[in-house]
Design a protein around this ligand. Sequence first.
Ligand code: ADP
Ligand code: MG
Length: 211
Amino acid sequence: MTDLDAFARASLDGYLALVREHESTLTALDEQSGDGDFGHNLSHGLERAASRAAGAPDSEVWRSLATAFLDEVGGTSGPLFGLLFQAIARAADHASTPAEAIGNGSRDGLAAVQRVGEAQVGDRTLVDALQPAVDALAAEGDLDSAADAACRGAADTARLRARMGRASYVGERAVGHPDPGAVGIAMLFVACAQATGSEPPGAFGELTGSR
Ligand code: ADP
Ligand code: MG
C-alpha cells in the first residue's frame, strides 16, 4: 500500500465516522431548507462506498466513492459528490502527495460540479464550501488550510438566501442555518486533513455545534 492509498482509506473511514456522528444535524439542516434527505443521502453513499472499497484494491478507494455516489445515491447531491470523487480518483492516480491529489482533484471536481449544476459562490450550495477549499489548496498547498476554508465557507452560507436547488423554493426560511451540502463538503476536507494527522479546525465546531 502506498502512502496515497493509506491516505485514501483513512479519508473514507474518517469521513464515514464524521457523517455518522453528525447525520442528524445534516438531516435537520436539510429539513430547514429542503426535504430532509441529505443526511441519509450522504451517509448511505459513504456506507455503500465503504462496502465497495472493502473488497477492492487499495488504489481503488476514491473510485469506490465515485461509483457508489454516481450509481446508488439519489437527490441532487448524489451525482455531484460522485463527480467530485471521480475527479479526485483521477488526480490521485498522478499525484505524489495527499495535498496534490486533493488539490488537483477538487479543482477538477469543482469544474465538473459547476458544469452540470451551474452554481456560483453565493448561491448557497456546496460550491460555497468547495470553492474556498480549492482556492486555499492552490494558494497554501496544504489540507489544513483547505479544511479551515471549507468550514468557514460552509458557515458563511447561513446568511445566504438560496438561488439554486430545492432550498430556493423556501426563500428566507433557511437563512440563519448553513447549507447542508456545504457542511457535508466541509466534513470531507476535515476528514482529509485528519487523515494526515491534523486536528479539526476551530470553525468545524461552530458548524456542528460541538464547541
Ligand atoms: P435534493 O434537494 O434533491 O433533496 P440533496 O438533499 O441530496 O438534494 O442535496 C441538497 C444539497 O445539494 C444542497 O444543500 C446544496 O448544497 C446542493 N445543491 C443543490 N443544487 C445544487 C447545484 N445546482 N450545484 C451545487 N450544489 C447544489
Ligand atoms: Mg434534500
